[in-house]
Design a protein around this ligand. Structure first.
Ligand code: SF4
Ligand code: SF4
Length: 468
C-alpha cells in the first residue's frame, strides 16, 4: 500500500490515485450486513421502477416520458409541452431546493442508496465481478496475471454480460426519452429507416459499458456535480457516515491477553477494505464518500465479534458525535424548508388550476364593426388556442347570456394534441340589441359538449340614437 495516502497526507490525495498520478483500481470486499440487505431491497425496487415504468400506460398513453427531442414530457400520466415551460422550470427549481434541503439534513445519502450510477455499479456490475472472478484478492491476481485461456474466458464472459446489461440500460434510457412504441419501431423496422435511433442505442450501450466496466467510482468523485456540491452544502449538523473518533482512538490491534487501554478501533482495516471508493472513513468526512454504509456494516460486524457496542462508524452529524447534539432543524434547514414550502405551494396552485386548453380571443386589431345584411352588426375576432391534452379537440364557440351568432371563418377548428392553432371568427348581433358602444361579451369554448374555457371580451357597435 505504499502508493496510497498516509494518515497525515490523506487530504492531499484521492483514494484511487497513486502518488505517480495513476489510477489505483479499487477492489472492495463484498459488503454484508443489515444496511447492505436494506440497500439490496431498495436497489431492486428502484431497478424494477426504472425498467418497468416506460411500459406503463394510462388510457393508452405513457405514464412517464421525457421526450427532450420533441419537448414533450409526460409525468404521472399528465402531458406537458413547450407551453408549460414555466411549470417545468418551477418544478426543476423546486427539485433543486428539495435536493439542497435533503443534502443539508441527510448528507450524501442519495448517492449511496438511490443514484442509478451507484446502484448499477455496486449492486449489479460489481456483483458480477464477485460471481465470475471471486473476491478482491482473486480479482487483483487475475488482473495482474498474464493472459491465459482461463483469463480470456472469464474476461470474455464478463464483458459479454456487461455489454448485454449496458444494451438493456441504453434501451431503457431511450424508452424513457422516446417511449416504448418508437423504440420498438427502431428495433423491428429495417435498420436503414432508423439510423439515428440505432446509433443512439449503440453509443449509449458503449458509453454505459465503459462507465460501469472501467470509469465506476470516478464518476461520483470527479464528474458528478452533485458530489461536488457536498463541500458547500454539508455542515456540522448534516448527517453523514462518520467514525466516532473519541470512542475509537487511540486505535490499536486487539490482544486478547491484555487489558485494553486503547479505543474501540482495533485497526482491522475492514471498513477500508469494503469501501467502494477506496477511502478510510476514520480520516473524517471526505468527498469520495458516497454514503453507501458498507463501512458501517463491516465495523458493526467487528464490534459484535469483540463484544463492543455497534456504531463506532454510524450515521451521525459531527455535532452529534462530538457534543451529542442532534438537531435536524438548524437555521439553514429551516430556511431551505420555508423556500421549499413556498415553491411547492405555488407549483401545486398552478398544477391544480392548469386547464386542458389555453385560449385567447381578441378583437382583430384595427377593425371596428361591420354592418351586415338583415340589420346585423358583426365584430371580427382572432382566436389562438393551445391543446395540452393527448386528444385532438374539435372546438366550437357559444355566446353566454346574450343573443347572437358566432361564425368561424374557414374550416371548423380542430385542435391537434399538443398543438397550437389560430382562427378567425365573427360574432353577429342584431342592431337593436346593441345598447352601448362596447358591449361586454363572454364567449364560451366547447369541445364535444364540454365547456373548456370562457373568455371575456367586448363587442363594438353603433350607438343607438335616442328617440326624440
Ligand atoms: S472496521 Fe471498525 S474496528 Fe476495524 S478499523 Fe474500521 S473502525 Fe476500526
Ligand atoms: S466511507 Fe463508508 S460509506 Fe463512504 S463510500 Fe466508503 S464504505 Fe461507503
Amino acid at each position: 500500500m505504499s502508493s496510497g495516502p498516509t494518515e497525515e497526507s490523506f487530504r492531499d490525495h484521492l483514494g484511487f490515485i497513486t502518488e505517480e498520478g495513476k489510477r489505483k483500481w479499487v477492489y472492495p470486499k463484498a459488503p454484508r450486513g443489515r444496511f447492505h440487505s436494506a440497500r439490496l431491497i431498495v436497489s431492486w425496487i428502484l431497478l424494477a421502477v426504472l425498467f418497468v415504468t416506460p411500459f406503463l400506460r394510462v388510457n393508452g398513453h405513457p405514464f412517464m416520458l421525457f421526450d427532450i427531442t420533441e419537448r414533450k414530457f409526460v409525468i404521472l400520466g399528465q402531458i406537458f409541452g413547450p407551453h408549460d415551460f414555466f411549470l417545468l422550470a418551477l418544478a426543476m427549481i423546486t427539485s433543486v431546493v428539495f435536493i439542497f434541503l435533503f443534502t443539508v439534513v441527510f448528507g450524501r445519502l442519495f448517492c449511496g442508496w438511490i443514484c442509478p450510477q451507484t446502484i448499477f455499479t455496486e449492486m449489479v456490475f460489481r456483483k458480477i465481478d464477485y460471481w465470475l472472478e471471486g473476491g478482491p484478492r482473486e480479482q487483483r491476481s487475475l488482473n495482474e496475471s498474464s493472459w491465459t485461456g482461463r483469463k480470456l474466458r472469464v474476461k470474455g464472459v464478463k464483458h459479454a454480460i456487461y455489454f448485454v446489461l449496458s444494451f438493456l440500460i441504453a434501451n431503457t434510457l431511450l424508452a424513457w426519452i422516446i417511449g416504448t412504441d418508437k423504440l420498438f419501431l427502431i428495433i423491428s423496422d429495417p435498420p436503414t429507416e432508423h439510423l439515428g435511433g440505432l446509433s443512439a442505442i449503440i453509443i449509449f450501450s458503449g458509453g454505459f459499458h465503459w462507465l460501469f466496466a472501467w470509469f465506476r467510482e470516478q464518476a461520483c468523485i470527479l464528474v458528478c456535480p452533485y458530489g461536488r456540491l457536498q463541500g458547500v452544502l454539508l455542515d456540522r449538523n448534516s448527517i453523514v457516515i462518520a467514525y466516532d473518533h473519541a470512542r475509537g482512538e487511540p486505535r490499536g490491534k486487539l490482544r486478547r491477553s491484555e487489558t485494553r487501554a486503547l479505543g474501540d478501533c482495533i485497526d482491522c482495516h475492514q471498513c477500508v477494505d469494503v469501501c467502494p471508493t477506496g477511502i478510510d472513513i476514520r480520516n473524517g468526512t471526505q468527498l469520495e464518500c458516497v454514503n453507501c454504509t458498507a463501512c458501517i456494516d463491516a465495523c458493526d460486524f467487528i464490534m459484535d465479534s469483540i463484544d463492543r457496542p455497534r456504531g463506532l462508524i454510524r450515521f451521525d452529524s459531527i455535532e452529534g458525535m462530538e457534543k451529542k447534539i442532534h438537531s435536524l432543524f438548524t437555521s439553514r434547514s429551516f430556511s431551505y424548508g420555508i423556500v421549499l414550502v413556498v415553491l411547492v405551494s405555488v407549483l401545486a396552485y398552478f398544477m391544480a388550476t392548469r386547464s386542458d386548453i389555453d385560449v385567447t380571443i381578441l378583437r382583430t386589431p384595427g377593425m371596428y364593426y361591420q354592418e351586415q345584411p338583415d340589420n346585423f352588426v358583426s365584430n371580427l375576432y382572432d382566436v389562438k388556442a393551445i391543446n395540452k391534452t393527448f386528444l385532438n379537440l374539435p372546438l366550437s364557440f357559444r355566446l353566454k347570456g346574450i343573443e347572437g351568432t358566432i361564425r368561424v371563418l374557414g374550416d371548423s377548428l380542430i385542435l391537434k394534441s399538443q398543438d397550437a392553432a389560430a382562427a378567425k371568427l365573427f360574432v353577429l348581433m342584431k342592431r337593436d340589441q346593441i345598447k352601448m358602444m362596447s358591449t361586454p361579451l363572454v364567449i364560451e369554448v366547447y369541445s364535444r359538449e364540454s365547456l373548456m374555457s370562457a373568455i371575456r371580451t367586448s363587442f363594438l357597435g353603433p350607438v343607438q340614437k335616442k328617440a326624440e
